[in-house]
Structure formats: structure tokens, C-alpha cells
Design a protein around this ligand. Sequence first.
Ligand code: NDP
Ligand code: MG
Length: 378
Amino acid sequence: MSVGVAILGSTGSIGCSTLQVLARQRERFRVVALTAYSNADLLERQAAEWRPAYVGLVNGGKRGSGPGARGSGAGCLIEAATHPDVRVVVNGIVGAAGLEATLAALRAGKRVALANKETLVMAGELVTRAAREGGGEIVPVDSEHSAVLQCVAGRGPAELARLILTASGGPFRTWPRERIAAATVAEALRHPTWKMGKKITVDSATLVNKALEVIEAHFLFGLGYEAVEVVVHPQSVVHAFVEFVDGSVLAQVGFPTMELPILYALTHPDRVPDAGTRRFDPVAAGSLTFEAVDAELYPAYRLGRTAATAGGTAPTVFNAANEIAVALFLEGAIPFGRIASTIARVLDATGPTGADTLDAVLAADAAARRLAREAACS
Ligand code: NDP
Ligand code: MG
């Protein structure tokens, strides 16, 4: 019997890559549910090809003529994520909108193949608790965390000493600082090694993405923040290093593609044959280089790490302020340099509180969004 999969955000970069992987694995997996926000055309084409039992469009009404039940509004994400025929939920939604579906899937005992890192950052305690209580499982899709998971397979938490996540450094790694503050949207969207959605591409240029990933790693692997380091590696071939207590270090390597970590999140802890991705070739990979993160170049990264160690709702506030600032930057309303200063102002104005209830998290998120809009435009 094949494994039922729901793809939340099927029309996005992660969603489309997931369908590419599933197209090669049709005997092992079947698509049970697909959801999108507003891209009805692509969603309908996907539904016509995959004939899922459930199709949800958050913003756009119950359109569509194909087979399967139809849902709309934010509730359709939860219906898709908890559908009885679904065993694995691939959460490829961008931003805080993915939180409640992740919680619902984990409480219903599903595996969540999580790309939507923002929700583990905004509500790490709640998400990990929902998994413990509901019998669900969080398996990372993010390439660095997939790399860590692959390296630690079979080892206990007490054997783990340190993680080193790699960062490409984004498009501005070699730019003078003064020029970066005025970078255009087109420049920020020109990622050197990965083709992704717009929000995460901007997050890679500010290195906010890596701060989010440090927090994600803390909640996934249970290590303190001092044991989660980051190194800039412009070639994006080594995805992460894992140091064990005896000093031995393992790394996972490969040409950049999300299809491998997506497939692994579906099959973990097993591996299945797949001929879809470019095989690794060390000679073609060429020289691999590593540099320390230049904190001056990436002020928002430092803010994220400080929010991480503050704990409570500080990561929630960091994430919310960043989501607003990035959206304003992409609209052309604020310059690139204003993203970090907006986050700084919102964090300065907010004292962290406990993040152990959904109400507390959602209140901190909403307040930070309001403050960020004011701070960004004043
Ligand atoms: P995209 O912008 O390409 O796709 C986002 C998807 O989410 C789309 O299907 C979109 O629907 C849907 N969506 C957007 N807003 C909402 C909402 N409010 N409610 C429900 N659905 C919504 O993003 P990516 O695929 O690049 O990224 C998705 C997540 O994966 C992010 O958290 C990102 O950080 C993470 N990630 C992505 C990687 C990548 O390679 N792209 C790598 C590692 C992590 P519609 O098309 O209708 O707007
Ligand atoms: Mg990543």
C-alpha cells in the first residue's frame, strides 16, 4: 500500500520540487491532498494530474471542477493536514500561516516533512510538544537539517557535541557594506546557488535564513545555542557538519538540490533508489572554501542569534518583524538596509514573555507585526 502525502503549498518552490520527486516514486507514495494560497491555475493543473482526494485554495473560493473534495479559507490547510488517508504532510507554506496545520498534523500523529521553518521558530515549544503529545514526528526538509539528521542517524543525543550549518552567504557576500543597504529587489533575488521562493531568497541575502535555521536546529536536535555554529561556504556543497563527543566530524555533501532532502524526509530512516538528481562528482564540485560569518555584513543574523538565546517569545518577535520587513522590501516600500534596522527596533521595544501557549505566541506575533509596520515606515 502506498503512503498518502499531503502537500501544503504545492504551487511553491518546495511544493513543485516535492511533486517532481513523487513523480519518480509513484509506487511508494500517492498524493492525497494539495493546497495553495491563490494560484488557482497551477493548483488545478496539479489536481488534474495527481487526482488527490482533497484540494484546498485558501484565498479564492471553492473553484475547480476536477475530482476530489474542495476546501477554502485557512481551515482547508488543517483539513488537508489531518485527512485520514494522509501519513506524511509536506509543509511547504511560507511564513507563520503554516503554524496551525503543523500543530494539527502532529497532534493527529502524522509525520510532518517540514520546510516551513518560520513556524518552528515562532512556536518551537508548542510544535515540539504537539509532536510528543500526539505521536507525530517532525522531519526536516531544510537541506542543512536534513544533512544533520542523516549524519546523526543511529546515534543518541548524548553522543552529539556540536553542529556547524553552512550558509552560502547570499548575493552580497563580496559587496562593500555601504552598497548593500541600498541593494534593489532584483539584486537581492539573485541567489548564487539556490533557486527558491522570494521570501527565503531575501532571508538568504540578510542571513536571517541562517538565524532561523540555528533556532530550527536547536528545537529539532535539542542542542544549546552555543553548540550550533554557522560557517559561510559559498559553493553550497557541504550542507552541515556534525561533531560527536569523541571529536569525530561527519558531513553530508551534494550538489545543491532540494529534491534529495525532500525524498529523505519522506523515507527517513530508510533510503530508496532514485535516479532523478545529479550524482555527486568531487572533481566537478572543485575547490570548497569556508569563511567565518562577518557579523558587520549581516546585522540581522546577529539579532536572530540574540533573540534565540533570549528565548520565550523573542524568536516569535524576530520572525514576525522579519516577515513584515521582507514583505515591505519586496513591495519596494523600504530599502534593503531597513530590514535589519526594523527587526532591531521591534526587538528593542518588546520584552519576551513565555511562549508556551498558542495565545501567547499569536499575541506576540501580532504585536510584533504592528510594531514592525510602524518602525519600518517611520
Ligand atoms: P514559495 O513562495 O515558492 O511557495 C510558498 C507556497 O505557500 C505557495 O504554494 C503559496 O501558494 C503558499 N502560501 C503562501 N502564503 C500562504 C498562506 N498565507 N496560506 C497558505 N498557503 C500559502 O516558497 P518556498 O517554496 O521557497 O518556501 C516555502 C517554505 O520552505 C519556506 O518556509 C522556506 O523558508 C522553506 N524552504 C524553502 C527552500 C526552497 O528551496 N525553496 C529551502 C529550504 C526551506 P500560492 O502559490 O498560491 O501563493
Ligand atoms: Mg536551508
